[in-house]
Ligand binder design. Structure first.
Ligand code: GLY
Length: 344
């Protein structure tokens, strides 16, 4: 088990990678606890949950909306919970985002911790304190920064993940390797069978590397005023693809990374060897980008991007394997590049 601390000016979040989720009982405070999970997780593990009231979400992105927060709040009030309640999220990115947001607004804020159950949540979404819900199709536009007190990343839980969700998480792992830790890329390139076989030890090592890198970034810039933006590598186009083509998040990010890598090549930030290596790795793990979204639609969709200010947008480029840099570019240039890219 590896214990990684994310320290920010006013919080300390302990990420326990490779711990067994049942150990959560040792981390919970005395007093009221409420569990937020989804119906799939409850069916798989519910009979072993600690004995506390359980609030269940419908699985999927559609639960990330304000009416769900209202419903959960009503239920918590009905159960008589006051400010001392501790919210324990057990689930993937959606559950952690919703429960974390609820914890940050219920009676102006209560304590929370997560058991993170999907690869995507373990390598990225559940650590770093971003919470939030969508407004219609605009993702995460209502949200807060709120560090959970702990996150348990039990890699044995990844065995029950549907293949698509597992692959989706691998794309975020590739992202972390490309922007910050080249050892992740080396491991993924050389251990495909063990990665796809969901080898527990290997996954614990990979998740820990990813969390360690993210912890170092979040400690420097919790509120995403600067360096934290690099964690959005592949996401500018990724979000547009996700919305337009309705593909799972990681697959859209993989396609977005392919476009961003090509843009980095055109800008001469990386050479052709590095570019080819990135594309080879994406193909090795079955990511064959489809770019159906039109440039016009890209322009519309990125108009709500949180990285945009005025006509400029912060775009993440690669400067090598394990090295990224954010540059402000006119939206026109990004859309223009994408137009050419699609014609290649
Ligand atoms: N998922 C990107 C971040 O946490 O900043």
């Amino acid at each position: 088990m590896q214990r990684i601390i994310i320290e920010t000016p006013d919080s300390l979040s302990a990420i326990l990678v490779g711990a067994r989720w049942e150990a959560v009982t040792k981390l919970l405070p005395q007093g009221d606890v409420v569990i937020v999970t989804d119906a799939n997780l409850f069916n798989l593990y519910g009979n072993r949950f600690p004995r506390f009231p359980v609030l269940k979400l419908k699985p999927g992105e559609d639960s990330k909306k304000l009416p769900v927060i209202q419903k959960l709040t009503t239920e918590m009030l009905r159960l008589g919970f006051d400010r001392t309640v501790f919210i324990l999220a057990i689930g993937g990115g959606v559950v952690c985002d919703v429960a974390g947001f609820l914890a940050s607004v219920y009676m102006r804020g209560v304590r929370c911790g997560y058991i993170s159950t999907s690869l995507l949540a373990q390598v990225d979404a559940s650590t770093g304190g971003k919470t939030g819900v969508n407004l219609g199709r605009i993702k995460n536009v209502i949200g807060t920064f709120r560090q959970p007190e702990f996150v348990i990343c039990d890699t044995t839980m990844l065995r029950t993940l549907p293949d698509t969700e597992y692959m989706s998480g691998l794309a975020e792992l590739i992202k972390t390797g490309l922007i910050g830790d080249r050892s992740i890329i080396d491991i993924l390139e050389n251990n495909q069978a063990a990665v796809l076989g969901r080898d527990r030890e290997l996954l614990t090592d990979l998740v820990a590397r990813s969390v360690r890198f993210k912890a170092s970034v979040v400690a420097k810039d919790e509120k995403e005023g600067g360096i934290r933006r690099i964690l959005n590598f592949g996401h500018t186009f990724g979000h547009a693809i996700e919305l337009h083509q309705s593909v799972p998040h990681g697959f859209a990010v993989a396609a977005g990374m392919e476009i961003a890598a090509r843009f980095s090549l055109e800008k001469k930030y990386i050479g052709v060897k590095v570019y080819d290596r990135i594309i080879r790795l994406l193909r090795q793990y079955g990511f064959h980008g489809e770019f159906k979204v039109t440039p016009r639609r890209v322009r519309e969709l990125i108009s709500h991007d949180k990285k945009k200010s005025g006509d400029m947008i912060s775009f993440v480029f690669l400067k090598g394997i394990g090295k990224a840099e954010v540059k402000k570019l006119p939206v026109d240039e990004i859309v223009g590049f994408y137009s050419n890219f699609r014609d290649l």
